[in-house]
Design a binder for this molecule. Structure first.
Ligand code: PSV
Ligand code: MN
Ligand code: MN
Length: 385
């Protein structure tokens, strides 16, 4: 096995439970047959993705979408299925109370309620053994003058501090940013700089989560990756792809070159190995495509971008850079990007006892037909359900 294949074998990609449920846009949710009816069924589907790809051993939960009575039991169920529970995603954006914000709301009662939810998520992490608490706030304003921007930053800092202080020794906080939506004038954590500043103030257990769909068009995401890696404040990715705004499409579909450039910075920073502490998660919605194969495709897209990044001839690149040979440096990078890595990945899968073509193998497995039959009744879980 080559060193590239060895690194790829150790790679881990975390799946979001919500990607398996029904989702849509604000115009329509197109229901699909066989969609999970419970957190357990979402975990079972995620385990199938892991079974066919070998690199997706954990599932992120979203609370309360994945609310259960006994989280230790859910964790044991995941283990039985061959996966583990990953990041706990908080949700302080769906109650009526949060119309004017959650932890930055002008009303102290709402702030208390939101902070209590975040603390409850840490309790859940204690039960599931999860390392990461992922925070995303929809908080912001729609109109100039609506609320005091500086007061809102103070309120945010106060809530983050309370939650940070509740974290156990091995637990971390991931602070995700997003330029806009649902707020259209100000967002309280709109960019990596704001997230970074709060994380810095909080301490070493707080790091930034980069959702690839949360930037202004044209933003150089790999620069953000490089910057945060250097200062040890990159904690996680929410991978997805976009053409316009927060489209949540299959990662690597719109711009595979961008995904390669991001993974290239990860390899340059020696941050690929799971021991390095960066969580590579998907955050996607499959509105019109069949979900499980779409998630397998997404995992494969990340693997392909990673393989290409691992193939960059680092010493040739460094030499060209130090010589100021602009064309050669660019050519070294492009050579790796233009390599067809599919045979290398097929060989790796076969060496692991997996099918060379995970999507074909999944289609042959009969799993889809089985879930369509088994899950014909009952309320299917969806985004927000
Ligand atoms: C917000 O757009 C976001 O990216 C956050 O990660 C949420 O938790 C997630 O989407 C919900 O799908
Ligand atoms: Mn996200
Ligand atoms: Mn998003």
């Amino acid at each position: 096995m080559t060193s590239v294949q060895d690194a790829l074998k150790r790679q881990e990609i975390e799946l979001p439970s919500w990607a398996f449920g029904n989702s849509g846009t604000r115009f329509k949710v197109f229901a699909q047959p066989g969609v999970p009816r419970s957190p357990e069924e979402k975990i079972a589907d995620a385990a199938v993705v892991h079974r066919f790809t070998g690199v997706a051993p954990s599932v992120a939960l979203h609370i309360p979408w994945d609310k259960v009575d006994d989280y230790a039991e859910l964790s044991a169920y995941a283990k039985e299925q061959g996966v583990r529970l990953g990041a706990i995603n908080s949700n302080v954006f769906q109650d009526d109370d949060y119309k004017l914000g959650s932890v930055t709301n002008p009303d102290p009662r709402v702030r208390r309620k939101a902070t209590d939810h975040l603390l409850e998520c840490v309790d859940i992490m204690d039960a599931t053994g999860s390392r990461d608490l992922k925070l995303w706030f929809s908080d912001g304003t729609n109109y100039p003058g609506q609320d005091d921007i500086q007061d809102r930053q103070d309120r945010l800092a106060t809530a983050l501090r309370e939650v940070y202080d509740r974290l156990g020794d091995d637990q971390r906080m991931l602070l995700e940013y997003k330029l806009f939506e649902p707020a259209f004038y100000t967002t309280d954590v709109p960019d990596w700089g704001t997230s970074y500043a709060h994380c810095l103030e909080l301490g070493p257990k707080a790091t930034v989560c980069i959702d690839t769909g949360h930037h202004a068009p044209g933003t150089n995401i790999e620069f953000i990756v490089a910057f945060l890696l250097r200062v040890k404040k990159l904690g996680a990715f929410d991978f997805n792809s976009r053409f316009y705004a927060d489209d949540d499409l299959m990662v690597g579909s719109a711009d595979p070159f961008q995904l390669f450039r991001i993974m290239s910075e990860i390899v340059r920073g020696d941050a690929l190995d799971p021991d390095r502490g960066i969580a590579f998660m998907l955050d996607q919605c499959h509105n019109i495509e069949v979900k499980i194969p779409a998630i397998i495709r997404s995992v494969m897209n990340v693997q392909e971008a990673t393989a290409k990044a691992l193939l960059v001839d680092r010493s040739a690149l460094k030499a060209a850079q130090l010589e100021g040979d602009v064309l050669e440096a660019n050519a070294v990078l492009m050579d790796a990007y233009n390599t067809d890595v599919r045979p290398l990945l097929a060989e790796l899968r076969e060496s692991q006892g997996l099918d060379a073509d995970p999507i074909a193998a999944y289609k042959r497995s009969g799993y889809f037909e089985q879930i369509v039959k088994d899950r014909a009744d009952g309320q299917q879980a969806g985004w927000g359900a």
